[in-house]
Design a protein around this ligand. Structure first.
Ligand code: ATP
Length: 241
């Protein structure tokens, strides 16, 4: 399923934020965040630890309310009503450890109306997740791959990945970046990916949002960046070093 199947207008952004601000007690977490993400793009949300990336993604998923400003997903106010439009890989998600992988995938198919069984089977192969294993006995990296599999087996038109590579080994990161995400990013779905693994994802991104100290520091078109002789990594260093 993509935005066309859902009859979402093609000319509206997949994500639009206007002057989003968030405080926790007296601490300013996000400060006047505004940006748009066009449908079909792969946007990297990059920034140092504590920059506000997860907080921003939680607002987009309707899990946190901003103090001021607005967030829209395909033109509709972000919130639980829009959960069917996005598939979120949270930064600290937990899967039910008392189930086997196979049992979990069976339940996930019942929980998510947009679950794609054949995609899940394909991802099991690609991500080398063993079906008979109890989730509680998976290593950190194996559980991270299962979380990603769960997120990518849905057909939601917007996919939000918060640190998809935490605990995942180098070769698996490369497989995920080049095969899995690359293959799904066919221009019909929109990806927003917060990551510190810039090298693995560099070739996939077509847009960057650089966030630091709760503020947007730069928004870049990756082709334009390359034309000017810069890489994603060199631009990141320029902004944050
Ligand atoms: N519930 C909370 N209570 C207090 N402070 C919070 C809370 N949630 C987030 N913060 C603070 O907000 C800031 C931004 O956190 P956030 O998790 O959004 O950053 P991040 O960019 O995702 O960081 P990382 O790259 O380390 O995952 C941090 O300073 C964090 O300590």
């Amino acid at each position: 399923m993509n935005s066309r199947d859902l009859l979402l207008p093609q000319d509206i952004p997949a994500v639009q934020c206007e002057a989003l601000s968030l405080h926790v007690k007296t601490k300013k977490i996000l400060d006047a965040i505004s940006f748009q993400i066009p449908q079909g793009s792969i946007t990297g949300l990059l920034g140092p630890n504590g920059a506000g990336k997860s907080s921003l993604l939680r607002i987009l998923a309707g899990l946190t309310q901003p103090d001021s400003g607005t967030a829209h997903i395909f033109g509709k106010p972000a919130g639980v009503d829009q959960l069917g439009l996005l598939s979120l890989l949270p930064d600290r998600g937990q899967l039910p450890g008392w189930l086997t992988v196979e049992q979990w995938l069976y339940y996930a198919g019942g929980i998510y109306p947009d679950w794609d069984d054949s995609r899940a089977a394909q991802l099991l192969e690609q991500l080398k997740v063993r079906q008979g294993t109890m989730i509680s006995t998976l290593s950190r990296g194996e559980e991270a791959r299962l979380q990603l599999l769960t997120c990518l087996s849905r057909q939601a038109p917007l996919i939000i990945l918060d640190e998809p590579f935490t605990g995942v080994d180098l070769i698996s990161r490369e497989v995920i970046a080049s095969t899995v995400v690359g293959e799904l990013a066919d221009g019909t779905r929109t990806f927003l990916i917060a990551t510190h693994d810039i090298r693995e994802m560099e070739l996939l991104f077509d847009r960057l949002i650089l966030i630091g100290g709760g503020r947007i520091q730069a928004i870049e078109d990756v082709d334009a960046l390359r034309t000017s002789g810069k890489s994603v990594e060199s631009r990141y260093r320029e902004v944050f070093a």
